[in-house]
Every structure is written in C-alpha cells, then in structure tokens.
Unconditional design. Structure first.
Length: 76
C-alpha cells in the first residue's frame, strides 16, 4: 500500500492531535495525584505522548514540505 505525501500529512495531523490530547490529559491528571510514584508514572506517560506527537507532527510538516516543493518543481 502506497501513501502519498499529502495523505501522510493528513494522517500525521490527525494522529498528532490524538497524541497531544493524551499528553494534555496526562498533564492535567498530575494535579489530582498525591502518590509520588503514580505522579512520576503519569508524568512519564504524558511526556511519552507529547514526544510521540512531536515526532509525528515533524513528519507531517516534512510531508507537507515535500508536497509543496514538488508542486513548485512541476510549475517551473
């Protein structure tokens, strides 16, 4: 199955939004956790999802850049 760069950018945006949603939920949950072990686990969970969302977002930006540069090459 081949994915076009434009489809990759759309899927990356959707998945990054989901990842950042999980990260925000994890960071918000930190306020209500009193146990230090659970707080550390929740912080690690939130940081993992934030990292994953950032990586996916960078791939989406890269795919968008590829689409735009290819369009510019075709017009030239």
């Amino acid at each position: 199955m081949k994915l076009t760069a434009q489809m990759t950018a759309v899927f990356a945006a959707i998945f990054a939004t989901i990842c950042f949603g999980f990260a925000i939920t994890g960071f918000i949950a930190l306020k209500s956790i009193t146990d230090p072990v659970q707080a550390a686990d929740s912080k690690g969970y939130a940081l993992f999802w934030a990292f994953l969302g950032t990586v996916v977002l960078l791939f989406g930006v890269w795919a968008t850049w590829i689409v735009r540069t290819e369009k510019n090459k075709e017009e030239s």
